[in-house]
Write a protein that binds this ligand. Structure first.
Ligand code: NAD
Length: 503
């Protein structure tokens, strides 16, 4: 197991491992047992400026490297990630806290993305269209943009950096990456392996530190034309405002308040599997977590009792123990926030069916563990049914028919993921059409995205962009339209077309 121990780590700027200019450090500790992972540079604006300057110089060379060659580095990176999958997984169970199977899935997502985006090196398709004039050719091509600022959260500490850095780099951009300060060791390993795959110096830089010291400077830096950010809605709004003077491309992936609908014709056992996985996987700390379950009144009591009995069998513990079902939440303030929502739910009159407390005993006091929590008799307008809790808490809401279910599902400010369990194909297609989210699942929970389809949400979940799939390339490239006139004379579009004789 490659645990970092108490080692001191550095930033990676212009191909060199360096300390923060101010010489300060911060510690990363495990949410599972409080053990120290390592010390990391507490960087500031000066470090960001150095990384951006290096990235800007590297860009002028990197953008000219043929895209298939850039893709080959991504393929090598995919292989390195696969070789190191076990130690990255183990580190993730310690630093971020998720259970081993999910941590391995997080790493696998980055492997998949590296192969997918490596392939883009031989695609990056543009269009050709016929001209309205004779002897004229036209096409559109994707062009790289420059230095990308990538700011990531802690909940997918390998996968999310891959969603951002891989399409950015294969498209010919260079990157300054700021990982979340709760998971710096994983960010560091990610960059180390990517560099080992053969990236030239300056193409990928990592600057550790806090949002206000490092993130903000990156967002405001005049030489960073693209910001790709995943995090909370509040920070996303601040990022948008800070980037507005520079008229930057701002790509945001923000919060969710995702719902699973269970109709009266659903396979209830399958629905319970989907609900438990979606609500309590990653201790509910997924942007796609099912924090609402919208249940037809005819099956409500049966479903509620099956969910509660399943949840009460779940074992809390460190992610690295095989028998653990639910790991810790990320830190003390997350634990406090989650518990505050339990109090809010009780005050609002929801019925606490199980959980609702900080877990203790059997060594759990050393970490940040919260009992999986289910509220029943929740009204759609209650705060626990409207606000993102980002913890192992879900709310059961009773409905009478599909129209009401869809209205309740849509009745939140976020629009990331949605799901319906039903045996009726007509209901399924209506839900696919009418659920106002970027992702909809049929007879599966709210989790399960794959790297080759667009990922992102409507409404306050983002600002209209998508990660993953070919859609991600739109964030990291500009379209250039090119017209080549080989007629040898002036041909005026929209004007000379009228004189075109038909045979
Ligand atoms: P956060 O907003 O607190 O932090 C995200 C990142 O932004 C961190 O690296 C942080 O240091 C940085 N940051 C903070 N303030 C900043 C500022 N002023 N300028 C620039 N950067 C700043 O979010 P978090 O707690 O790390 O993550 C949880 C949130 O992320 C949840 O709301 C969750 O739904 C969301 N999320 C969304 C997706 C998605 O794809 N839609 C995926 C995962 C997580």
């Amino acid at each position: 197991m490659a645990l970092a121990g108490t080692k001191t780590f550095q930033n990676y700027i212009d191909g060199e491992w360096v300390d923060a200019a101010g010489g300060e450090t911060f510690e990363s500790t495990s949410p599972a047992d409080g053990s120290t992972i390592g010390a990391f540079p507490k960087s500031g604006p000066e470090d960001v400026d150095r990384a951006v300057a290096a990235s800007k110089v590297a860009y002028e060379e990197w953008r000219l490297v043929p895209a298939p060659k850039r893709g080959e580095i991504l393929f090598r990176f995919a292989q390195l990630l696969a070789q190191h999958k076990d130690d990255l997984t183990e580190l993730m169970t310690h630093e971020m806290g998720k259970v081993r199977a999910e941590a391995a899935g997080d790493v696998q997502e980055a492997i998949d993305m590296a192969y997918y985006m490596g392939g883009e090196g031989r695609r990056l398709f543009g269009q050709t269209t016929p001209s309205e004039l004779r002897d004229k050719f036209q096409m559109s091509v994707r062009t790289s943009v420059g230095v990308v600022g990538a700011i990531t959260p802690w909940n997918f500490p390998i996968a999310i950096p891959s969603w951002k850095t891989l399409p950015a780099i294969v498209s010919g951009n260079t990157v300054v990456f700021k990982p979340a300060s709760d998971t710096p060791a994983l960010g560091e390993r990610y960059v180390e392996l990517f560099t080992e795959a053969g990236l030239p110096k300056g193409v990928l830089n990592i600057v550790h530190g806090g949002g206000s010291d490092v993130g903000q400077r990156l967002v405001e830096h005049p030489d960073v034309p693209i910001i790709t950010f995943t995090g909370s809605r509040e920070t996303g709004v601040a990022v948008t405002k800070a980037a507005s003077d520079g008229l930057k491309h701002v790509h945001l992936e923000l919060g969710g308040k995702n719902a699973i609908i269970v109709m009266d014709d659903a396979d209830l056992e399958l629905a319970v599997d989907g609900i438990v996985w979606s609500a309590f996987g990653t201790s509910g700390q997924r942007c796609t977590a099912a924090s609402r379950v919208i249940v037809h009144e005819r099956v409500y009591d049966e479903l509620a009792s099956r969910i509660v009995s399943r949840v009460e069998q779940m074992r809390l513990g460190p992610g690295w123990e095989d028998e653990t079902d639910i790991g810790p939440v990320i830190n003390k303030s997350a634990l406090e926030k989650i518990h505050s929502y339990t109090e809010i739910g009780k005050d609002e009159g929801a019925n606490l069916l199980t959980g609702g407390e900080v877990a203790s005993g059997n060594g759990l006091d050393k970490g940040f563990y919260y009992r999986p929590t289910v509220f029943g008799d929740v009204e759609a307008g209650m705060r626990i049914a409207q606000e993102e809790i980002f913890g192992p808490t879900t709310a059961l809401i009773r409905i009478r028919d599909l129209d009401e279910a869809i209205a309740v599902s849509n009745g939140v400010k976020y629009g990331l993921s949605s799901s319906i369990f039903t045996g009726d194909v007509n209901r399924a297609f209506r839900a696919m059409r009418d659920l106002d989210t970027g992702i909809t699942y049929i007879n599966a929970g709210t989790i399960g995205a794959e790297v080759h389809l667009p990922f992102g949400g409507t409404k306050d979940t983002g600002n209209g962009h998508r990660e993953a799939g070919q859609a991600a390339l739109d964030v990291f490239t500009e379209w250039k339209s090119i017209y080549v006139d080989y007629s040898g004379k002036l041909q005026r579009a929209q004007i000379d077309t009228l004189e075109e004789p038909l045979p």
